[in-house]
Design a protein around this ligand. Structure first.
Ligand SMILES: C[S@@+](CC[C@H](N)C(=O)[O-])C[C@H]1O[C@@H](n2cnc3c(N)ncnc32)[C@H](O)[C@@H]1O
Length: 292
């Protein structure tokens, strides 16, 4: 029987909290149990719960120029599949940040990676302390998207890369969204990133997962479903998944991979090289001549 989803429902009231908790905490913990039953080959595909896959992760890793030793912060890391993949394939040093306790414990248990239990809008790391960041499948479930992006900007070194996987709306949704999900349009996403200090580099549609990967993820999901069929948290998580599936099938949402870089902070200008304030003549010229 789940604990966190039902506890959230009674303690916090709104169904939204419990739907997200069921999906991202209860099912996350059960996923780690199922992986332990099936074997390590299932771990990374099952623990990529933001719809990433090897092709998507490779694109993000190459775009962000990950290399051995890169300090990669994964914000909303979930069960840790993407960070574990990056550590295995690119030799990065990942730091996982995840607010849901069972998900964080699952990531630590499956991959032995360091997990910070915190919210992406308040990251307990120093300014400029990470080389690159990922945020995969997270933005649409975060209410204050700008606050999260500002925090990522703060902890990222100047010029550092941020790789995102974002579910975007292709206009106004007609079908119901999963509870707690607010999908930005591509235009809104671009505006948010620009406003929080990121410069665009490239974005693409998410490439498909190979069948071998999907097969392993599906096998773990089937074990979880069979073992927790009667749990109310499973029903809530299923409803979230069904709503998402219907929106994809209707073409109302799509998954984009986005690479942006942290714009360097403007260098302070030393007082002696600052231009003198314009005299009255210059002011007249500026106003009349339309110079900007
Ligand atoms: C769809 S899952 C993606 C997990 C992981 N990034 C992946 O790709 O496998 C979304 C994750 O975002 C996390 N999340 C939700 N709100 C968050 C917030 N305010 N700050 C950080 N993470 C958050 C959830 O707990 C969940 O683990």
């Amino acid at each position: 029987m789940s604990t966190s989803a039902s506890m959230s429902a009674s303690a916090s009231g709104p169904a939204t909290v419990s739907a997200l908790t069921a999906e991202f905490d209860d099912v996350a913990g059960w996923t780690a149990d199922a992986v332990e039953q099936l074997g390590p080959a299932y771990a990374i595909p099952a623990a990529c719960r933001g719809s990433a896959n090897p092709a998507a992760l490779a694109w993000l890793a190459e775009a962000c120029e990950l290399s051995p030793g890169t300090r990669l912060l994964d914000v909303g890391a979930g069960v840790g599949g993407p960070a574990a993949w990056a550590a295995e394939r690119f030799g990065v040093r990942p730091i996982l940040l995840e607010p849901m306790p069972a998900a964080g414990r699952a990531a630590a248990r499956l991959f032995g990676l360091p997990v910070i239990a915190a919210d992406g809008t308040r990251v307990p790391l120093r300014d400029g302390s990470v080389d690159a960041a990922w945020c995969l499948g997270v933005l649409d479930v975060v209410r204050d998207k700008a606050a999260l992006l500002r925090e990522v900007h703060r902890v990222l070194r100047p010029g550092g890369s941020l790789g995102l996987l974002v579910v975007v709306a292709r206009g106004r949704l007609v079908l119901p969204a999963p509870e707690g999900n607010v999908f930005p349009t591509r235009r809104e996403l671009g505006g948010l990133l620009a406003a929080t200090g990121f410069a665009p580099v490239q974005e693409i549609d998410r490439p498909d997962a190979p069948p071998s990967w999907k097969r392993r993820a599906d096998r773990v999901a089937a074990v979880v479903a069979s073992q927790h069929r009667a749990d109310p948290a499973m029903a809530l998580a299923d409803r979230q998944g069904e709503r998402l599936g219907r929106l994809f099938a209707a073409g109302q949402i799509a998954v984009r991979l986005v690479h942006v870089v942290r714009r360097p902070a403007p260098r302070p200008v030393p007082p002696e090289s600052r231009p003198a304030p314009p005299g009255p003549e210059a002011l007249v010229r500026t106003i009349c001549g339309g110079e900007r």
